[in-house]
Design a protein around this ligand. Sequence first.
Ligand SMILES: Nc1nc2c(c(=O)[nH]1)N[C@H]1C(S)=C(S)[C@@H](COP(=O)(O)OP(=O)(O)OC[C@H]3O[C@@H](n4cnc5c(=O)[nH]c(N)nc54)[C@H](O)[C@@H]3O)O[C@H]1N2
Ligand SMILES: Nc1nc2c(c(=O)[nH]1)N[C@H]1C(S)=C(S)[C@@H](COP(=O)(O)OP(=O)(O)OC[C@H]3O[C@@H](n4cnc5c(=O)[nH]c(N)nc54)[C@H](O)[C@@H]3O)O[C@H]1N2
Ligand code: SF4
Ligand SMILES: [Mo]
Length: 729
Amino acid sequence: METSATPTHCPYCALQCGMNLTPAPDGGVEVTERADFPVNRGALCGKGRTAPAVLSSRVRLTSPLVRSRDGALRPAGWGEALDRIAEGLARARVAHGPDACGVFGGGGLTNEKAYALGKFARIVLGTSQIDYNGRFCMSSAAAAGNAAFGLDRGLPFPLEDVPRTGCVILVGANPAETMPPSLRYFTELRENGGTLIVVDPRRTKTAEQADLHLAPRPGTDLALALGLLHLVVAEGRTDEDYIRRRTTGWEEARAAAMAHWPEYVERITGVSVPQLRQAVRMFCEPESAMVLTARGPEQQSKGTDTVGAWINLCLATGRAGRPLSGYGCLTGQGNGQGGREHGQKADQLPGYRKLTDPEARRHVAEVWDVDPDSLPGPGRSAYELLDALGTDVRALLLMGSNPVVSAPRAAHVEERLRSLDFLAVSDVVLSETAALADVVLPVAQWAEETGTTTSLEGRVLLRRRALAPPPGVRTDLEVLHELAARLGVEKGFPTDPEEVFDELRRATAGAPADYSGITYRRLAEQHGVFWPCPSENGPAGPTESDTATVTGTGTRTDADADTSTSTSTGTDTDGHPGTPRLFLDRFATGDGRARFAPVSYRAAAEEPDEEYPVLLTTGRVVAQYQSGAQTRRVDELNTAAPGPFVELHPRLAARLGAAEGDPLAVVSRRGRAVAPARITTAIRPDTVFMPFHWPGEGRANTLTNPALDPTSRMPEFKVCAVRLEVVRP
Ligand SMILES: Nc1nc2c(c(=O)[nH]1)N[C@H]1C(S)=C(S)[C@@H](COP(=O)(O)OP(=O)(O)OC[C@H]3O[C@@H](n4cnc5c(=O)[nH]c(N)nc54)[C@H](O)[C@@H]3O)O[C@H]1N2
Ligand SMILES: Nc1nc2c(c(=O)[nH]1)N[C@H]1C(S)=C(S)[C@@H](COP(=O)(O)OP(=O)(O)OC[C@H]3O[C@@H](n4cnc5c(=O)[nH]c(N)nc54)[C@H](O)[C@@H]3O)O[C@H]1N2
Ligand code: SF4
Ligand SMILES: [Mo]
């Protein structure tokens, strides 16, 4: 083991906080402060601070497991486990064709793993049936961003721009709980005289910081954004010159917005007309402003249109592709950004290339040394893939997700997983999904292997190995290498992450998400590199002229400068410096103009009725992460957030006769969940909220609606209709 502190990044969310790992007396590591990393400047949330607890062999898998004849999982050697997986996949392929093998990945996997997994699916299994949990995360924002700007990078500017803008509208985002160290950017914004508007049906810890809190009915953000745009037009606050020079499609979008009268929007959303007017004033009066969305408006069956409407608001007011202004999506998972760029998404090849684009296929096939015609076409989206298990898709390899807890209509998904001929799961712990597998592989995690992630800022970062994995554990890259060899592909699946990254660089050269100019050496020397970063002589990325780097120290240049800031870290003398700020000169569309989305309001897939009169929305609490597979194994976090609950307003509680802590049954058309009541005035009386981190009786996803957005194929996690009853003993 290394003896001194290893600078690296947190295993969990997309903020990718910097931390040091220092050897601990017990032979493990402990987290110590890494104040030099500019994004979090040493601050960490409880999850990051306690992350080493999940490295301990007490809580994790250290031997492969295979299902024995009596139905139980028993420890096995690696040779046997890998042979069983290769057989299971090969059998499905021989009997039913290549698309009978499915692959499911995760946005927590490093770029190297995501890349290798996509390549494995396409060239070893020859299957189109690969998708990943990021589909449940930011796919609506990605679809809307691509449509409007021709490119999807969560934030088109670094977080350090946030405190210097005039107004931020945070839509359905609760960073106080989901990215606590990022809260300082919003606090500094207000200290600098800027204003914060939070749009959330709950008065969250984030909303408590806001100058204005709008609490719409869940699922109505589309109407809200259109109502604001209506007022912008009515009050003469559009930026006509900008609209003319930098956009297309305004007339149609304008006409659609004008049909959304403030009084009509008030009726749909529950947000009053004076509040709408106040929001417009706060957003339009300063020189610059931003809209940031997260899962609230995105995880809807109209998430793409909803984000499109918020982007319209930015475009109509000249607030995109300008210094300190723009639309951004707060990406969620540790590698939520990179995980959506390198080919584990159903329709995609590395570098955000499209599987349907002949030139993209040719480029990637050449790097992979295969015939372009041998690459399959686009496959199904995540929920559709899970829904097809046991019917079209007979064998599944799953890496980096726990859908038994996190997928919508989870009881059905669980049943689909059980109906497979063969399921293999690679994980660090025995997750609820791994527990259903025929073979479980124990793999190394963040601190035990090197790899890169791409943060919500589009900043590519190096995670470094700080200690050896426990005996019996291998890496995901080793797993793919071994499986490829057993399935007849001897070359092309190196186990050294840097070798994989160098291939990824070639595969992404000239692509929208161009990583070709990024090397491990550069990442080791500076605080990350923002893509696109073409190689010195390579083809330019979409915004070639924006070639600034951001500072490593928070130093700033003039906010009004018409070019981006360029305070160099002093080390990137080799080649393209990366692209912290996108779109300042042109958007990444063919004509360089941003495109308005002609969208109109529509209802949620399931609205309340007599039988199911209440709205359920779902989300997160600060001390648990996602399906809880990792954080539910950390004592300190379990003490802070021991289990599920149903948040409801005192008025609704009174109607039900429920007291604080009473077990509440929540029933939807998909199923029934039970969890204790948590009564608070911080939620709308027509809505209840459940966090989704737990399996079993209190599993929120037993209830959720898998209605999909027609474009992004995002399920409607944030809105469904339920009824409630107190469970009397
Ligand atoms: N502690 C913790 N942090 C995390 C994670 C975690 O599991 N735990 N996961 C990470 C990941 S992958 C992600 S994607 C991010 C997610 O980060 P966020 O998007 O901030 O988290 P959520 O709690 O899912 O949703 C945010 C807010 O949306 C609100 N909301 C619900 N319905 C609606 C609606 O219809 N409209 C609007 N406007 N708002 C609505 C909820 O009340 C909630 O406060 O967090 C990341 N960070
Ligand atoms: N109701 C409701 N449901 C939701 C959401 C919601 O807001 N409401 N949010 C959705 C969102 S945004 C997301 S991102 C999903 C996330 O939900 P999941 O996809 O279930 O995400 P995790 O719980 O992070 O699962 C990651 C799994 O991979 C394992 N793992 C960690 N690191 C590695 C590694 O390096 N290799 C391998 N092989 N395994 C690893 C972990 O132990 C864990 O079992 O949930 C979605 N589900
Ligand atoms: S905010 Fe996210 S990246 Fe930072 S310590 Fe917490 S979980 Fe880790
Ligand atoms: Mo996510």
